[in-house]
Design a binder for this molecule. Sequence first.
Ligand SMILES: Cc1cc2nc3c(=O)[nH]c(=O)nc-3n(C[C@H](O)[C@H](O)[C@H](O)COP(=O)(O)OP(=O)(O)OC[C@H]3O[C@@H](n4cnc5c(N)ncnc54)[C@H](O)[C@@H]3O)c2cc1C
Length: 386
Amino acid sequence: MPLDAETRPIFLDTLRRFVAETLIPLERQVAETDEVPEAVWAQMRELGLFGLTVPEAHGGMGLCMEDEVRAVFELARASPAFRSVVGTNLGIGSQGLVMFGTPLQQARWLSGIASGAIVTAFALTEAEAGSDSAAVTTRARREGAGWVLNGAKRYITNADRAHLFTVMARTGEAPGARGISAFLVPAGLPGLQIGPPERKMGQQGAHICEVWFDDVLVPDDALLGAEGAGFRVAMATLEKGRLHIAALCVGAASRILEEAVAWARTRIQFGRPIIEHQLVAGMLAESQAELLAGRAMVLEAARARDAGAPIPLEASAAKLFCSEMVGRVADRAVQVFGGAGYVADTGIERWYRDVRIFRIYEGTSEIQKLVIARELARAPQPSFNS
Ligand SMILES: Cc1cc2nc3c(=O)[nH]c(=O)nc-3n(C[C@H](O)[C@H](O)[C@H](O)COP(=O)(O)OP(=O)(O)OC[C@H]3O[C@@H](n4cnc5c(N)ncnc54)[C@H](O)[C@@H]3O)c2cc1C
């Protein structure tokens, strides 16, 4: 559902103020402690942020894609670790249920996901199945009226906080994508173990862990979508997720550029603000132009999705362009800040590290190019070029 013309600016303004007044002042603390304070989780629940994309019938806001990306533009102006608190619930943790869940599964899980009482995680990646995600070896075998899962997943966001995992596991003997099914696996089941949070380059406060399944028994109705259709569930979920990540890159780039411009206006060298030196101004202008291009791409793809069009190419193109774009914007910002961009005090080096992951997760830049090329090879040609 799109927000109406009256509600949208109020909602986005509330988010903007929450980001500016609550999240941004906590960025350094979160980076240093590697924890988002419980109070922030609670405030995000109160604001309804966990349920932005969950249908209203299940207690969420049921935002359309355009409103979702506009909300993400705002949220992503604070350290990406904060968005990670709600990110899985909004995307890969809930949308499989929204798109493929039975009424019973939806009734059981979605209202808790929308309220934030249930935190979700999406478990696809394995040691030998990263970009080649159809190579998963985690297995689910039928046993009585249920399934028994065995295997190991890695780099699973929010695994240490999650109440519900969507797990991709191999069922049957069909090779590749056709042999994969999706399962809803509650945390705390016997045999389900979570590793400690990994140490990583950036986004401290957002945790990823290994997850092990050792004879984990789930009932028959844990199957999400049809048996053997798990890869479709994963790809449909990721298509939407890629546009969400692209919006995240746009929001982050807008904040980084704003910081760089503010610095360039006040830092004096050779008797004038460095923004008046053309080589510095050129870096800022390039970042601004690329940011506007990325924003336009995301909004156009979001509107196309809202109009019912399939957008695999557009979502991948937006994710590819925007994740590379925010990397360039962050790199130029470090340059504009000079030495102050390299030391930790200004926070710019943290942004530089934080945004690096956007070119890797939910499909690397190389995988996005493969998706775009695959769509181009299809006939008829996609309509967006007209
Ligand atoms: C912070 C973080 C959060 C994550 N969260 C989750 C999560 O919640 N759930 C989850 O399931 N996973 C998650 N992941 C995993 C993430 O999606 C994978 O790391 C990513 O898909 C890449 O897989 P890989 O690391 O195995 O790299 P690889 O697949 O080994 O890729 C290595 C390099 O080879 C390139 N490459 C591989 N195949 C090709 C090809 N055919 N053509 C050209 N180049 C190729 C890649 O682009 C890359 O540059 C997360 C990872 C991180 C770091």
